[in-house]
Design a protein around this ligand. Sequence first.
Ligand code: 5AD
Ligand code: SF4
Length: 459
Amino acid sequence: MTDLRPKQGKSVFIRTYGCQMNVYDSERMADLLKPIGYSAADSPDDADLVILNTCHIREKAAEKVYSELGRLKRAKANREADGETMTIAVAGCVAQAEGAEIAARAPVVDMVIGPQAYHRLPELLARDARDRGVALETDFAVNEKFDALCNREAEGPAAFITVQEGCDKFCTFCVVPYTRGAEVSRPVEAITAEARSLAAQGVKEVTLLGQNVNGWAGAPPAGDSSDKWRLGELCRHLAKIDGIERIRFTTSHPRDMDDGLIAALGDEEKLMPYLHLPVQAGSDKILKSMNRGHTAESYRRLIEKIRDARPDIALSGDFIVGFPGETTEDFEETLALVETVGYASAYSFKYSRRPGTPGAAMPKQVAEAEKDDRLARLQELLERQRSAFNRAQIGRTMPVLFEKAGRHPGQLIGRSPYLQSVHANAPESMLGSIAPVTILDVTPNALAGALKKEDEDAA
Ligand code: 5AD
Ligand code: SF4
């Protein structure tokens, strides 16, 4: 049997790339390593174990891993010259997609661990001491991983909970269905237990995470005879937990926005009025070729329906410019869609040709300079909408969850219902609580406000 008993005084440095799912996974890896003696190192240079939790979504994200490995090679050599060791692990989606290539291209790497295998880290580390050569763990064992999610310590008043992993949508540009595998949903009871334990530690806001989160369809709690619950029911259930004041979920697909979820957004007050609902493009020809399964018009109608249910909802989205075959006219349709919908915030990207996806083999790839041009035009429009949305908050009073101390003495930083960063002068005793703040000013990346008078006096 493998000896998993604690070793004294080891340290780990985890660098996270990419999405919130990776942030969550990195935190869980740290949780798994704590009981076997690993504490957090301040820098990779001082660490016994360095984990790169990687992202494969676009070429640039994937390439960052190899340049970081170049730096780590020198750090590892320095440590070895001092008589110490450094174990280097590559985790996440690049590990899943290019495991063997990493092992060949970067011999400095000791372990390659796919996103569904990190619960095996303690075992791999114990083995590593005896084994030479790269340990490669890239099986899809998502259920096993969910089972291994240990009791976690809250790290602030807002926390992520993974409820779903993988994606069956197969958008033709996207690697996720290959790197994260098929959709798997965690059962209601496991999610509820995690949320309850977080609430007991003072967590006020939970964000339910999934690559296709509104595709979640989980086993109901014991005693409920229905087959599967959908996300709307899950949110209502979690809203009953004392202490949980805010619920969010991300990332949603337009095709899975069912009526139950829209109704929950409409009448469950703990669900925040902010929805990330990527559309990617505005031309039906491109949407079809992306295999999105919706048109620009059906997306517009969906937004109308959601706004009817929850008039104060703000939207965020993802966009890709320069997908193969996208003409100037197609791109103009993306701009037109953005104009009619109106986004509070958005992410936009140049199409990146990912090996193994259908898009990579499509004819009429768009020239890089053209993509640059389109991205700049789209971002200019999205930025105008974002700053107009932020400016529109001036004079409003909104509940803010204070998450951390600000840079100036006496200042705290919190989040608005719309995920905006809000700076306000408030006593430290208000950290972790929600209080009304009147918005007075807008800076490029945050809102500035003041506590409503009575809250200031009460504090
Ligand atoms: N190129 C550019 N952007 C991509 N995304 C996913 N795959 C690609 C790609 N090949 C974007 C999509 C998705 C977000 C997470 O990343 O907009 O919603
Ligand atoms: Fe990728 Fe499309 Fe799935 Fe989103 S819905 S993860 S873009 S395949």
